[in-house]
Design a protein around this ligand. Structure first.
Ligand SMILES: *[C@@H]1O[C@H](CO)[C@@H](O)[C@H](O)[C@H]1NC(C)=O
Ligand SMILES: *[C@@H]1O[C@H](CO)[C@@H](O)[C@H](O)[C@H]1NC(C)=O
Ligand SMILES: *[C@@H]1O[C@H](CO)[C@@H](O)[C@H](O)[C@H]1NC(C)=O
Ligand SMILES: *[C@@H]1O[C@H](CO)[C@@H](O)[C@H](O)[C@H]1NC(C)=O
Ligand SMILES: *[C@@H]1O[C@H](CO)[C@@H](O)[C@H](O)[C@H]1NC(C)=O
Ligand SMILES: *[C@@H]1O[C@H](CO)[C@@H](O)[C@H](O)[C@H]1NC(C)=O
Ligand SMILES: *[C@@H]1O[C@H](CO)[C@@H](O)[C@H](O)[C@H]1NC(C)=O
Ligand SMILES: *[C@@H]1O[C@H](CO)[C@@H](O)[C@H](O)[C@H]1NC(C)=O
Ligand SMILES: *[C@@H]1O[C@H](CO)[C@@H](O)[C@H](O)[C@H]1NC(C)=O
Ligand SMILES: *[C@@H]1O[C@H](CO)[C@@H](O)[C@H](O)[C@H]1NC(C)=O
Ligand SMILES: *[C@@H]1O[C@H](CO)[C@@H](O)[C@H](O)[C@H]1NC(C)=O
Length: 401
């Protein structure tokens, strides 16, 4: 009887111990190695050597038997086009005279055409400013004339590896500029600036910031209008998910995903993902974070969207266009003029959006905080087992005496 109890007791505790160790080590190692892509960067592919009025960046990201083409251009409003193909040998062909004339569909092609699995383009169409006199942060009235990003004069791309920076200004900006930075990645990781979004080899990151532009009122707040055109299903809905409060984006508990899928139950084909936060300083502290909100995606005229962007005109012929606004700041939050700076970051990618999990630091803290009481509990259990065993053996011996 004593041995039966002893074995049952130790079996229960040892299986519990294995379960704890298994769970912790699984969490710490964090799944399999991430998907990687081989990147190559090309500026103005196949362009004549004459000076160009606008530039086109092509980042080719080759995976296992597939290629993701990232095309970025400021011909018109800044636009990022993603084309996913089912071969590692697809190429981009540009007919430069037509591409620069901005009036011919098909002047930018990805070949072979039947290898294209999915394509989507996101463009930054307008910067809107309103005078929030009553500090309600509800952008419904008191709008100033919008800044049309297609009418900005854009700098040449400042390239460093698979990262491109472009800044532009409106003729009406008396100072400052609007900048965009595109980053493409070989593998999974976190950005080095807040919100430190988790990216993968299937997603690029766009950081947009407004620096030093004079507001047209003391109580000015801003909105950014985004538009998208997709070859297959349009980016039709925004899902808002709970996100963990991590060391990467302190105090933000949500993540917004503007996704393209046939219907709510089918696979996600492409996405724009962001955390609902903007920052009021270039090197922000926690108190420089300002919440942002988005409007519901609305259908847009594809012709009007294409008219804004040379890249969309060149690649798409038709397709469905949608748009939404991202507004910065809530009632009671400081106005733009407090720092004259705003930055916002989003990922644009194919397939399912990346999902943040607990970081190694948080896991270590959890392991220590949960592990210590568990070890104490285990030791306690072992003591109880031993004690019971001794008690059992004592009672077992007693009748003999
Ligand atoms: C890529 O395609 C080749 C030939 O079709 C096949 O043998 C190989 O297994 C594929 N690799 C992957 C990772 O799918
Ligand atoms: C495009 O524009 C160019 C020059 O602006 C013109 O010569 C050409 O006919 C136009 N093409 C189309 C299809 O409109
Ligand atoms: C994928 O690759 C095969 C073989 O190259 C091709 O026949 C097919 O049409 C491609 N496209 C798609 C969308 O699967
Ligand atoms: C601001 O508040 C005043 C007084 O409550 C009101 O008359 C005015 O219409 C409000 N302005 C806006 C833009 O809401
Ligand atoms: C820029 O200035 C012109 C002339 O003053 C004005 O008509 C136009 O509305 C202004 N545009 C913006 C975006 O403020
Ligand atoms: C922007 O450019 C378009 C076309 O070039 C023009 O029609 C429009 O009036 C411009 N908008 C502003 C605000 O300057
Ligand atoms: C390009 O960007 C780097 C940092 O990102 C900056 O130091 C450099 O001055 C920029 N070059 C130009 C020509 O703007
Ligand atoms: C990236 O896309 C490829 C091809 O669709 C897929 O096999 C892979 O699992 C994706 N990786 C991630 C991290 O989403
Ligand atoms: C911003 O506007 C408010 C309201 O008019 C004003 O009190 C404040 O001085 C302005 N701040 C800056 C930095 O200009
Ligand atoms: C959703 O789309 C998939 C194909 O993408 C289809 O098989 C399925 O029937 C659709 N479901 C609904 C509810 O429409
Ligand atoms: C963004 O907001 C402006 C101003 O309210 C509105 O005119 C525009 O239609 C909105 N854009 C989208 C795509 O909802």
């Amino acid at each position: 009887m004593a041995t039966a109890m002893e074995t049952r007791c130790s079996r229960v505790w040892s299986s519990f111990l294995f379960w704890v160790l298994g769970t912790l080590s699984q969490g710490l190692v964090g799944g399999a190695a991430s998907y990687t892509r081989q990147l190559s960067v090309e500026l103005n592919p196949g362009a004549p050597s004459v000076p160009l009025s606008s530039e086109l960046l092509h980042v080719r990201a080759v995976g296992n038997n597939d290629t993701l083409h990232f095309l970025f251009s400021s011909q018109g409003a800044p636009t990022l086009l993603l084309v996913h193909t089912n071969t590692s040998s697809s190429t981009v062909k540009v007919s430069w005279p037509q591409f620069l004339a901005r009036n011919t569909s098909g002047s930018l092609r990805v070949e072979p055409e039947d290898s294209i699995l999915y394509s989507t383009a996101v463009l930054f169409s307008r910067l809107l400013e309103y005078d929030d006199v009553n500090d309600t942060a509800t952008p419904t009235s008191n709008f100033f004339p919008p800044y049309e990003l297609q009418n900005f004069s854009w700098s040449r791309f400042n390239l460093s590896g698979p990262t491109a920076l472009v800044c532009g200004a409106d003729a009406n900006f008396t100072s400052g500029s609007l900048c965009l930075q595109l980053s493409v990645f070989e593998s999974e990781g976190h950005g080095n600036l807040w919100p430190r979004l988790l990216h993968s080899a299937n997603a690029s990151q766009l950081r947009v910031w407004l620096d030093g532009v004079l507001p047209r009122a003391d109580h000015s707040r801003f909105l950014l209008e985004l538009q998208a055109v997709s070859g297959a299903a349009p980016l039709s809905r925004v899902d808002v998910h709970q996100s963990i409060d991590d060391e990467f984006t302190p105090s933000i508990f949500k993540v917004s995903q503007w996704v393209s899928s046939e219907n709510s139950s089918s696979d996600i084909l492409g996405f724009v993902q962001w955390k609902p936060v903007a920052y009021r300083r270039p090197s922000p502290a926690v108190e420089d974070a300002t919440p942002c909100r988005h409007s519901d995606p609305r259908a847009q005229s594809e012709k009007a969207v294409a008219a804004r962007s040379g890249l969309i005109t060149a690649f798409f012929s038709g397709g469905e266009a949608v748009g939404l606004n991202v507004s910065f700041g809530l009632a009671g939050e400081p106005f733009y003029n407090s720092t004259k700076f705003l930055s916002w970051t989003a990922l644009v990618g194919i397939g399912s959006p990346p999902v943040d999990s607990f970081s190694p630091l948080v896991l270590t803290i959890m392991a220590v905080c949960l592990g210590t009481p568990m070890i104490l509990l285990l030791l306690g259990g072992v003591c109880v087992c031993l004690h019971k065993r001794r008690a059992a053996s004592e009672t077992a011996y007693e009748p003999i005496n």
